[in-house]
Design a protein around this ligand. Structure first.
Ligand code: HEC
Length: 198
């Protein structure tokens, strides 16, 4: 009887596996990106980087300085992470501070409203992947989960002191990002992997 050869068996299994997956998806040799995993990683990096900077600024000079710091640097911090990962990074909110952070796409507004509704009903909310016209977008809800957030997003006159309010009014005359409470939805991260959907 012929000897059983495990290497040949392995290779043929591999070939069968390859050809069947090619048949199913009929796609190029581009490596697949796990958008959910990548989105998780990129939004975590962005969140950590922003928080670290706000914390440093707060400790160094207090909230007024930290607001000016965010006003100048929030976008450029997100931009440099965007370039590193070759994606677009946004923070979107229905009650936004920076006018550029208002959602414009229909699916973004729908998702924010869906997150809000679920949270109000006490249901869990989690990250979401949406694919539209060959573009994959990853979303991750942002919750007010630290007391620090309330120094700039809480109740004016209570958590937000007068000095801070004056600075906010000056830099953000259309600010809608106050009166938040712990546990509320502040907004969401959106990571767009344009042109890479597979
Ligand atoms: C020192 C004040 C300060 C603190 C503390 C602070 N923020 Fe903000 N936040 C800002 C400013 C200023 C902006 C607008 C930044 C810009 O111009 O892009 C902002 C914007 C945001 C946005 C983008 C949407 C929007 O409204 O424009 C989110 C989301 C957000 N903050 C969440 C948080 C969370 C969550 C915390 C707590 C972990 C927090 N912030 C703590 C000042 C602060």
């Amino acid at each position: 009887m012929r000897k059983f050869n495990p290497v040949i068996l392995l290779i043929s299994c591999f070939l069968i596996a390859c050809s069947s997956s090619d048949e199913k998806t009929n796609q190029s040799n581009e490596p697949k990106i796990d958008f959910l995993e990548s989105g998780k990683e990129i939004s975590a990096v962005a969140q950590t980087e922003l928080l670290k900077n706000v914390k440093n600024a707060l400790e160094k000079e207090g909230p007024v300085y930290a607001i000016e710091f965010c006003n100048i640097h929030a976008e450029s911090i997100a931009d440099s992470i965007s370039k590193n990962f070759d994606v677009q990074i946004q923070r979107l909110s229905l009650k936004n501070r920076n006018p550029q952070n208002a959602p414009t796409a229909k699916e973004d507004k729908l998702l924010l409203n869906d997150y809000l509704e679920k949270l109000n009903e006490g249901r869990a909310i989690t990250d979401t992947l949406i694919r539209l016209n060959d573009i994959a977008s990853y979303y991750r809800p942002i919750i007010i989960s630290a007391e620090t957030c309330l120094k700039c997003h809480g109740q004016p006159g209570e958590e937000i002191n007068t000095e801070t309010m004056i600075a906010l009014n000056k830099l953000y005359p259309d600010d809608r990002a106050t009166n938040y409470r712990m546990g509320e939805l502040r907004g969401m991260w959106k990571i767009t992997f344009s042109g890479k959907s597979n």
